[in-house]
Write a protein that binds this ligand. Structure first.
Ligand code: ARG
Ligand code: GLU
Length: 723
């Protein structure tokens, strides 16, 4: 009887405090070695081998990278895939018209033949992974200059890929981990016929929109469903009407029992990019320089879009996805600043660095190897500062002036012609035509002209003159320094804003097209801006960045050698990771405690009829009034969202939240505002991921949309209430 207490004490003292149980995005193949014991102590009922195995089907066989930017999971034996509404949004939007507004009204295929194909969408399974560090780093020495090192590595990677065993329909990729101290190989299978099956209306799938984005308490049904199609042999195939639903190696079972306080949960997916091992100086720069600059440019971008989207329905549809992606990072960066300041991210790093330096200095061998790595990093980041700012400014600005997006497509054609002549041009042309056709569907010259005016004024007014295009400054002078006038002139002297003219230009003979591209005013201006950026920013920045990368690699290796008691996990790099933690609320600020569950009652509390963020469909309100929740409610309430201490990042959207038995209980879609700094500095007290309760999803599919046939495909279980 004494045991549990002693154990708990041990757990809190050693596991929870010393090794930060909730922090970490772990490699699936190393779970047995690094994590399984702790996971079981936290409540896991399955084994590491059940999660990742190369000998039998395991949970990983149900997880896909969705389009390369999100995660999805297979939830039926007929290849049904669950992901977020915001992950499927590009696909949903591409099928939406003013008449069939799937964004506003949702979409449900009532049979297989109604499912909608999406030409550029794909999902990728991980067949297996393997540590190939020794082969990739063979012949690499610490004395090698960076470029020599890289070409040796590239050569080794090619050899590793060529020698690896795989089927013809599989791919092999090799990725660096721990800043290039380790390398892993992945054998993958990519399916390219992925069809839209269903999506709720945006008023459910994106309820609360930007006001609630990155926030808790949350009440969003952020999900959509797709189906993978394969050829008759269940192999990957391009879209074909003859393809059939994919038969998966593994599907996730779905638990209707939900989770409670301190329940063990896992999130399995593809986090994109984190920076957990930066030095203090880099975090300081991000707080003082880079985040504020990027936020400022986006303040303006959003203001321009908003003005037009509010008054024009067509523009609202066209710019919905652009708006969402610009505002998403914009808001996250602000939360990151808040969180880093609150937990004194810089101070923490400085403490860690002092500790590191002391340990290194106390040991002659370590001192010889790593004695100067931190001062060297400090110097390199100091040098980077002004160029890093110029880079962020330039990239934020030019990527939002869409005339330049069009120009860059044409410049690619010109480059193909210059490099490989007529045949290079011909090879490139179909892709450029495709891209431009897709692009113009969501393009409004009126919005773009205003954007050009506003962003070019930032480009000129906020930057040192040496970072600016002289051609642009001349044009500005010729227009009395008036940016509105300048924008008008830039649009008058080009045809690129005109879909018809630009696309029919591409039907002309090659030589003629290339000549016209070379003389186009937008192309000339864009090239001049690129040239100045290349000469004045990139040329200096890139060697500094190379130095930083090499130093980060050394610093990473050094930390692993110096802090031997610590368990390290690699930064996210869009590869498959497992993270785990317990269901728990948190204290965002003094005297406030957040609960870990939200309910449909809370959706109704936020409801604002006619509002663009908080309106609701009548049918949902009716179901609420009748409390018609079927098997998805608990004690007269319908669970909607919940939070837990899983260490997730962008790319984990659409990842399954799994219970102790590996059943699907939720769908990851966000993090809480106070904790978005977890990409840089995870803090177990305030970092939480946000998930949609699977019962809310099934309720919407079944009761709201009347698509119960989809629920019938799934395997529903009750691990807690029925055995
Ligand atoms: N913040 C979440 C993520 O990073 C959700 C974004 C989609 N939702 C939105 N309201 N824009 O991607
Ligand atoms: N919404 C994010 C995504 O698109 C996931 C949330 C996060 O960044 O943690 O991947």
């Amino acid at each position: 009887m004494k045991w549990p207490k002693v154990f708990l004490l041990f757990y809190f003292l050693f596991v929870r405090i010393l090794s930060f149980a909730d922090e970490g995005m772990w490699l699936p193949m190393l779970l047995a070695k690094l994590n399984e014991k702790e996971m079981r102590a936290m409540g896991m009922k399955i084994s590491a081998e059940d999660i990742y195995s190369i000998n039998k089907s395991s949970l990983k066989d149900a997880i896909v990278s969705f389009g390369g930017f999100c995660t999805g999971e297979v939830i039926s034996s007929q290849g049904l895939v669950l992901t977020n509404h915001h992950c499927g949004f590009g696909a949903i939007q591409s099928h939406a018209t003013l008449q069939n507004n799937y964004i506003d009204n949702g979409f449900w295929a009532m049979s297989l033949k109604d499912e909608l194909p999406n030409p550029s969408l794909f999902v990728t399974f991980i067949v297996r992974m393997e540590d190939v560090t020794a082969s990739v780093l063979s012949g690499v020495t610490s004395a090698m200059p960076e470029n020599e090192r890289q070409s040796q590595i590239d050569k080794n990677i090619n050899a590793v890929r060529a020698n690896s065993k795989r089927e013809t329909y599989q791919d092999v990729l090799v990725r660096p981990f721990f800043e290039g101290n380790q390398y892993y190989l992945f054998v993958t299978e990519t399916y390219r016929d992925v069809r839209l099956v269903g999506a709720p209306p945006s008023s459910i799938g994106n309820f609360g929109k930007d006001t609630d984005n990155w926030m808790w308490p949350r009440h969003t049904g952020d999900f959509a469903m797709f189906r993978i199609y394969a050829d008759k042999n269940n192999r990957p195939s391009a879209y074909s009407p003859d393809n059939v639903p994919y038969k998966p190696k593994r599907t996730l079972s779905i638990s209707l029992d939900g989770v409670s306080q301190d329940d063990f949960t896992m999130v399995f997916g593809f986090p994109g990019r984190t920076n957990q091992y930066l030095p203090a100086v880099a975090v300081e720069q991000l707080i003082e320089v880079n985040n504020p600059a990027k936020i400022k440019v986006r303040d303006h971008v959003l203001e321009v879009m908003d003005a037009y989207m509010r008054t024009d329905e067509q523009i609202k549809i066209q710019y919905a996805a652009k708006w969402a992606s610009v505002s998403n990072a914009w808001k996250k960066w602000q939360g990151e600043l808040l969180g880093l300041n609150r937990v004194d991210g810089v101070g923490r790093k400085k403490k860690l660095e002092a500790d590191f330096q002391n340990k290194v200095n106390a040991n002659a061998a370590l001192k010889a190897k790593y004695g100067t790595v931190l001062p060297d990093l400090n110097n390199a980041f100091d040098e980077l500062k002004v160029y890093g700012l110029a880079r962020d400014y330039y990239l934020e600005i030019i990527s939002r002036i869409e005339l330049f997006t069009i120009a860059s497509q044409l410049i690619q054609l010109e480059a193909a012609f210059d490099k490989e002549g007529e045949s290079g041009y011909a090879a490139r042309l179909p892709q450029v035509k495709d891209r431009l056709t897709g692009f113009y569907g969501d393009y409004s010259p009126i919005v773009d002209m205003k954007m050009t005016e506003v962003l070019l004024s930032l480009y000129v007014n906020d930057q040192q003159e040496k970072f600016q295009s002289a051609l642009l400054r001349d044009k500005l002078k010729a227009n009395q320094g008036d940016f509105a006038l300048l924008a008008k002139v830039l649009f008058a002297e080009t045809d690129l804003d005109d879909q018809q003219k630009t696309l029919s230009l591409l039907d002309k003979p090659t030589k003629e097209v290339v000549d016209i591209i070379r003389q186009n005013a937008t192309v000339l201006l864009f090239k001049d801006m690129q040239r100045v950026y290349q000469n004045e920013v990139q040329r200096t920045l890139s060697p500094i960045q190379d130095r930083i990368n090499a130093l980060q690699r050394t610093y990473m290796a050094a930390q692993m050698e110096v802090f031997t008691e610590k368990r390290f996990y690699p930064d996210a790099n869009s590869t498959l990771r497992l993270t785990y933690g317990k269901v728990d609320g948190y204290t965002p600020r003094d005297a406030v405690r957040y609960d870990y569950y939200s309910y449909l009652d809370g959706v109704m509390e936020k409801y604002k009829p006619g509002d663009y963020e908080f309106d609701l469909p009548t049918k949902l309100i009716d179901l609420y009034k009748k409390k018609d929740y079927g098997q998805y409610g608990v004690n007269g309430k319908l669970p909607v969202n919940f939070i837990a201490a899983n260490h997730t990042s962008g790319g984990n959207s659409g990842s399954p939240a799994l219970d102790a038995w590996g059943n699907l209980v939720g769908l990851n879609f966000d993090r809480v505002w106070e904790g978005t700094m977890s990409d840089i500095n995870y803090d177990p007290s305030i970092c939480r991921n946000i998930m949609v309760d699977i019962r809310y999803i099934l309720f919407i599919v079944d009761k709201y949309a009347g698509a119960g046939h989809l629920v019938k495909e799934m395997n529903l279980v009750r691990p807690k209430t029925k055995k």
